[in-house]
Design a protein around this ligand. Structure first.
Ligand SMILES: *[C@@H]1O[C@H](CO)[C@@H](O)[C@H](O)[C@H]1NC(C)=O
Ligand SMILES: *[C@@H]1O[C@H](CO)[C@@H](O)[C@H](O)[C@H]1NC(C)=O
Ligand SMILES: *[C@@H]1O[C@H](CO)[C@@H](O)[C@H](O)[C@H]1NC(C)=O
Ligand SMILES: *[C@@H]1O[C@H](CO)[C@@H](O)[C@H](O)[C@H]1NC(C)=O
Length: 186
């Protein structure tokens, strides 16, 4: 019994020691295939339709008080918006903008956006860029942060410049022009 206890104790402490020393290490960027950074400019149009026969964004929640708020405070939507090369919704699709946006300001119309851009074209196919920021949707131009990515966008960061191309106040359907400037590793 005592021998088993000692054996188990030794085994456990040696496992603990091994785990501790394996917990982290410093590696070279090359070991992940990261060589140099280039500044990438992406240009596309995002189509966010909240109405019509096939909406690309749907409301998923709201607060009890949202219907009396002049800024839609508490309205939460989820989107799967096509990204196209031109403002025409029939132009070539290069990816999707998928994420959440919620009206998060009680004094002006501003949304918090958490979006993944998943691209479907060429060397970007399957890679994602992650956007997070505050979007004053009625301003002509605004900036949101690009906080990371996957695939060819691993370790990416930068910003997105958004301009409203068209906004139908009746339906809520919008086309937004995106210029993204982000570092990309090769
Ligand atoms: C969005 O709705 C408009 C009509 O308001 C339509 O012309 C357009 O094709 C729709 N876009 C998408 C991506 O469904
Ligand atoms: C707002 O919605 C609540 C339910 O969430 C409802 O009880 C209330 O009557 C609505 N108010 C108006 C002005 O529509
Ligand atoms: C993108 O990748 C998917 C799955 O890996 C593949 O089915 C599709 O054909 C690719 N598209 C392009 C344009 O390369
Ligand atoms: C849409 O509504 C916003 C906020 O009320 C306003 O600033 C904007 O001018 C309106 N746009 C059009 C085209 O009416």
């Amino acid at each position: 019994m005592a021998i088993w206890f000692i054996t188990l104790t030794l085994l456990f402490s040696s496992l603990t020691a091994a785990t501790n020393s394996d917990f982290f290490e410093y590696i070279s960027p090359n070991s992940l295939g990261l060589q140099k950074e280039k500044l990438l400019h992406l240009h596309f149009f995002l189509h966010d339709n909240t109405s019509g026969p096939k909406p690309t964004a749907v409301q998923i929640a709201e607060a009890q008080t949202t219907n009396t708020s002049s800024t839609f405070f508490g309205f939460l939507a989820i989107a799967d918006d096509p990204l196209t090369v031109a403002a025409d919704p029939g132009s070539k699709v290069v990816g999707k903008g998928q994420g959440l946006y919620g009206f998060s300001d009680q004094n002006e119309v501003a949304v918090v956006m958490l979006f993944n851009f998943v691209f479907t074209e060429g060397k970007f196919n399957g890679s994602t860029l992650n956007l997070l920021g505050r979007n004053l949707i009625f301003n002509q131009e605004r900036e949101l942060a690009i906080v990371g990515g996957t695939g060819v966008f691993k370790f990416s960061r930068g910003y997105a410049d958004l301009k409203t191309y068209s906004l139908d106040n009746k339906t809520g359907n919008a086309v937004v022009e995106y210029n993204i400037y982000a570092f990309q590793y090769y």
